[in-house]
Ligand binder design. Structure first.
Ligand code: NAD
Length: 477
């Protein structure tokens, strides 16, 4: 464990200690990994002031230079990934390889997004006038990140916000703040002071940010429940908001698939990161003809997967990240048991401390079961039988969530036709979880508002500004 003072916030380009500290626990051992600064209200004001102060010079910095510095953020994270993966595993729980992948994804995002530029649209250009729409930065962006992919999902915000000319105050989750703090410390030598401020705190800090009059936009990733509060709070100052929220992704499996191959791919679609992914497969609708075979294949594959402390060799899946979420997942499994649904568990979980849950399948529960209707965000998966495609599509769409979904079939045309009928922001065919820095990503319905990634994601950090030039000698007005 580290002493208070070992981790610093970054405010105005300088390391800033907390006036108070909070413990960050290792979810595999429940031991303290380190203490994070507990940002006071005055320190948040300082961070916002620093970002506001840096904004005029940063927006005036040539785009190419902003892009170069964002690419440099990526390089710095890439250089640190081999060392920081240990800290990330300790605070987040995922195995070292997955922790390194989160860091490298953050790096990749910065490098890729640094190649994007906000467009200039020419609306009219004739003898009388030229009208162009430019996309100008909004000002100070408040970034609020979750605990499941602490680095990659933070960089989904940092890279486009900075390239577009905004400055930022970034808040990682209180469950996983330490690696982000380290990256902030390393970036003090890279970015002009105040361009990227990193603050950590507990339950009050997020609401202080969403209500802060000095923050112009909130980019939030987290649960739908919190997303509603963010939007309500942002309304008071009419902040722009981008909300990336929860999901309840359905997979629809047609009877023509290769069952073993599909079982393995579906397993990882549902259980990678111990199921703690917004776009994890959270419900599987399987054609009745192959239902039993696929359930058996999934259970057999699950038995080959090792759950344990992510710091140990050979572990494939780590624990649930925090006690609150652990209680939620255990409660959902308990509810399924009490309702009399058939459960299948696979593999063993370590004895002793740690938030471990065994891989669990729920065998054909009804659609109104909590485990089907709610987002589980953990290693438990309901499997349901269907007879007709129309029925499967209707059941998949019967959700307030609309983040992503997948269709599995050898018949690409049939799968594409189903994909077009799903009410979600992304649909994969014969895979899941694939995201790129270049494609719009966002939720329909209560899975979010606005998008991240691609040019559309960058434009969320801009205001359109139309400039109309009446040309000299261009005729009567
Ligand atoms: P959460 O909503 O509990 O917390 C997310 C962040 O919001 C944290 O930094 C937290 O401190 C902060 N926060 C909490 N209350 C706040 C408030 N009232 N105002 C402002 N900020 C506040 O989410 P989580 O448990 O960290 O993450 C899991 C959830 O995130 C799941 O529902 C998952 O599906 C979702 N998620 C969505 C995406 C996506 O891109 N759509 C990606 C990852 C996770």
């Amino acid at each position: 464990m580290t002493e208070p003072g070992a981790f610093a916030m970054t405010i105005g380009g300088r390391p800033v200690a907390g006036t108070a500290w909070f413990d960050v626990l290792n979810p595999a051992t429940e031991e303290v990994v380190g203490r994070a600064p507990d940002c006071s209200r005055a320190q948040l004001d300082e961070a916002v002031e620093a970002a506001r102060g840096a904004f005029p010079a940063w927006r005036a910095t040539p785009l190419a230079e902003r892009q170069r510095l964002v690419a440099r953020i990526g390089e710095v994270i890439r250089e640190l990934a081999g060392d920081l993966k240990y800290l990330l595993t300790a605070e987040q729980g995922k195995p070292h390889a997955a922790a390194e992948a989160d860091l490298l994804d953050g790096a990749r995002w910065c490098e890729a997004v640094s190649t994007l530029s906000p467009p200039v649209i020419v609306n009219e250009d004739d003898a009388e006038r030229r009208s162009e729409t430019h996309f100008v930065p909004i000002g100070v962006v408040g970034g609020i990140a979750p605990w499941n992919f602490p680095i990659a999902l933070a960089m989904w915000k940092v890279a486009p916000a900075l390239v577009a000319g905004n400055t930022m105050v970034l808040k990682p989750s209180p469950f996983t703040p330490l690696t982000t703090l380290r990256i902030g410390e390393a970036l003090q030598a890279v970015l002009p002071p105040g361009v990227l401020n990193i603050v950590t705190g507990q339950d009050e800090l997020g609401p202080w940010m969403t209500a802060h009059p000095g923050i112009d936009k909130i980019s939030f990733t987290g649960s739908t429940q919190t997303g509603r509060k963010v939007m309500a709070s942002a309304a008071a100052t009419l902040k722009r908001v981008t909300l990336e929220l929860g999901g309840n992704d359905a997979a629809i499996v047609l009877p023509d698939v290769d069952v073993r191959d599909t079982a393995e791919k579906l397993f990882w679609a549902a259980f990678f990161n111990a199921g703690q992914i917004c776009i994890a497969t959270k419900r599987v609708y399987i054609h009745a003809d192959i239902y039993d075979e696929l359930l058996d294949a999934l259970t057999a594959y699950a038995a080959t997967v090792k759950v344990g402390n992510g710091a140990h060799q050979g572990v494939d899946l780590g624990p649930i990240q925090n006690r609150l979420q652990y209680r939620r997942v255990v409660d959902l499994i308990e509810d399924a048991r009490q309702q009399g649904y058939a459960l299948r568990t696979a593999g063993e979980v370590p004895d002793g401390p740690g938030y471990f849950v065994p891989i669990t399948f729920v065998d054909n529960p009804p659609d109104d079961a909590r485990i089907v209707a709610e987002e589980q965000f953990g290693p438990v998966l309901p499997l349901m039988k269907f007879d007709s495609v129309d029925e499967a599509v209707a059941r998949a769409n019967a959700s307030d969530y609309g983040l992503a979904g997948s269709v599995w079939s050898k018949d690409e045309q049939a799968a594409l036709a189903i994909a077009g009928r799903l009410e979600t922001g992304t649909v994969w065919i014969n895979e899941a979880l694939h995201v790129t820095p270049f494609a719009s990503f966002g939720g329909h319905k209560q899975s979010g508002m606005g998008v991240e990634n691609g040019i559309d994601g960058m434009l969320e950090y801009t205001n359109p500004q139309t400039i109309v030039l009446r040309k000299a000698g261009g005729g009567e007005a």
